[in-house]
Design a protein around this ligand. Structure first.
Ligand code: NAX
Ligand code: ADP
Ligand code: K
Length: 500
């Protein structure tokens, strides 16, 4: 059974749901959140007797922490609560939670206590959740640094404190959790940029709310359930024409390796034939390691295939630009990567032609390419990756894959998704070329555009995860190693999901 994709809401969406659900919620949402956190904590402490420490903040995230503490106290477990604020200033629900904790006999310390000799069974971060408004400094920053240094499991309630739930940016300093229990639904900041480094294992507790009934989800996580139906077992009576022609164009002088990598990936991902069009007049006429690839002068390759992927190693000279204009003028589905994006960033005519096309366009920028396209700085792109991906999709009327940890996919109609597969072994040259090749192959096999995008992005990361699990990475993982892992995953998939 495939795990369904989970919805993702921004902070504004979560607030809308909370506001709608809160008045009639019995038990109240904070009671549910604190209880759900306690249940998760029990799982984490199964082999860890001793006391747990809960650090509570000045808002409702702190309120969740007081509820959690009360459950442990009532279960006879030693629990220490640290809260440095003024209890009179706690918001309504959090104040009630503190009072209930106090009335149950709980004691609140105003500073972090030193750890018991045997260490804490668990440290819980209930300092800030989705209400974080500015960089953390002063005493809270000191607390977070001290808690991060403790050698024990660390759990965050809702969002690691200091992490922006919308963007995944660290504001000042952030709690580094080994586990995060988040409420109602996923938030983008948990899944992209610095989010995954701070969340550890991420668990969603829906608090018995059907979020979608209050507000349709704006975003979704990329899961095989969204594209798995494209993997059909091959008919015995098949031939290469059924699996399409993938076309990859690039390879200016000195840069032929990039399109060859894309081409090799396209072969392993099942394209019937793969054409690689190379700009370099002295380019090789055969790939001796992968002689199945059909190497062509770039011009000649333009007329082949169902879809054209252009950009890997393309260069930015006039010949490259002329080729790109011809590709954009074609009726093919287009994937623009690397230098095709850099050329697009400085050519308004091309940008105009792109928006007038009928066939779909996919842009696959990394943050620096996205910055050029939006005439911004890479840091500005990373400061709000979701926003940048949506802007690009709208500006170029294209599907956009904004790469990097937690790749974002934005469709031209404003829908978006976040991919969770992949690892830092992929931070190596040529990994983007492999993604482009995978996309070309799935499009050649006539996967619908959205399924091809999600499938390529997910498989790309999942292949790297497979290599990582075998010890091939993160150090030294090579882009050339990915295609074989992709092939294995695709064949496993078909074998496991045969329909009768
Ligand atoms: N509202 C609800 O219905 C529910 C809220 N829940 C919890 O409540 C959290 C949101 O609560 P809040 O909106 O109170 O927000 P938080 O508890 O995340 O933080 C807000 C408080 O922190 C202060 N603050 C923000 N940034 C600061 C900074 N950098 N330095 C110092 N102080 C700062 C704010 O002035 C405010 O007092 C959620 O993340 C979740 O844990 C859950 O109990 C579920 C139900
Ligand atoms: N730390 C990481 N976690 C997940 N994916 C990563 C990570 N680092 C790189 N990647 C992925 O690897 C690919 C790198 O692409 P790109 O930067 O275009 O490389 P190149 O230009 O060298 O081919 C992207 O798909 C990116 O999402
Ligand atoms: K928190």
């Amino acid at each position: 059974m495939l795990q369904p994709s989970q919805p993702i809401y921004t902070v504004a969406g979560i607030r809308t749901i909370e506001t709608a659900a809160m008045p009639s919620a019995k038990p109240p949402l904070m009671e549910r959140a604190g209880r759900a956190s306690a249940e998760e904590a029990v799982r984490l402490m199964i082999d860890r007797p001793g006391a747990l420490l809960i650090a509570c903040g000045p808002g409702n995230n702190g309120g969740d922490g007081f509820v959690m503490a009360r459950h442990f106290l009532q279960a006879g477990r030693k629990v220490v609560v640290a809260f440095s604020g003024d209890t009179a200033k706690l918001p309504g629900d959090a104040k009630k939670s503190w009072e209930a904790w106090r009335d149950a006999g709980g004691e609140t310390l105003s500073d972090l206590p030193s750890a018991p000799p045997e260490g804490w069974a668990l440290v819980v971060d209930a300092l800030f959740g989705i209400g974080l408004q500015r960089p953390i400094n002063g005493r809270y920053a000191d607390w977070i640094r001290a808690l991060n240094a403790l050698p024990c499991p660390r759990m965050s309630i809702d969002v690691p404190s200091g992490l922006c739930a919308d963007t995944g940016r660290v504001l000042g300093v952030a709690f580094k959790a080994t586990h995060t229990v988040t409420f109602i639904a996923l938030k983008p900041g948990l899944l992209t940029l610095d989010g995954p480094d701070h969340c550890g294992e991420l668990v969603v507790k829906r608090l018995d709310l059907d979020a979608n009934s209050y507000l349709p989800a704006p975003g979704w996580e990329v899961r095989p359930a969204l594209f798995g139906d494209q993997f059909a077992p091959r008919r015995l009576n098949s031939h290469k024409g059924l699996f399409g022609d993938a076309v990859i164009i690039g390879g200016a002088p000195g840069m032929c390796g990039a399109p060859l990598l894309s081409g090799r990936a396209a072969l392993r991902a099942g394209a019937g034939r793969v054409f690689v069009g190379l700009l370099d007049p002295r380019a090789p006429v055969v790939d001796l390691i992968q002689p199945e690839l059909m190497l062509r002068p770039a011009e000649d390759a333009l007329s082949e295939g169902q879809a054209i992927a252009i950009g890997p190693g393309l260069g930015r000279d006039e010949a490259a630009s002329a080729l790109l204009h011809r590709a954009v003028a074609s009726k093919h589905t287009l994937v623009l990567d690397a230098d095709a994006l850099n050329l697009l960033a400085t050519d308004d005519t091309l940008a105009g032609a792109l928006t007038r096309r009928h066939a779909p366009v996919v842009l696959t920028p990394h943050p620096a390419e996205a910055a050029r396209l939006l005439k911004a700085l890479p840091d500005e792109i990373q400061a709000n990756r979701l926003d940048a991906a949506l802007k690009l999709a709208q500006r170029f009327d294209a599907h956009v894959i904004l790469k990097g940890n937690g790749s974002l996919i934005a469709h031209p109609d404003g829908r978006w998704l976040i991919n969770r597969s992949g690892n830092p072994g992929m931070s190596a040259a040529g990994m983007g070329d492999v993604l482009t090749g995978l996309l070309a192959a799935l499009l050649a096999q006539r996967w619908p555009i959205e399924a091809a995008i999600l499938g390529a992005v997910h498989l790309h990361g999942a292949a790297a995860d497979l290599l990582l699990a075998k010890g091939i990475g993160p150090i030294g993982m090579g882009a050339s190693e990915l295609p074989d892992a992709v092939r294995m995953l695709m064949n496993q998939w078909v074998a496991q999901h045969q329909h009768y």
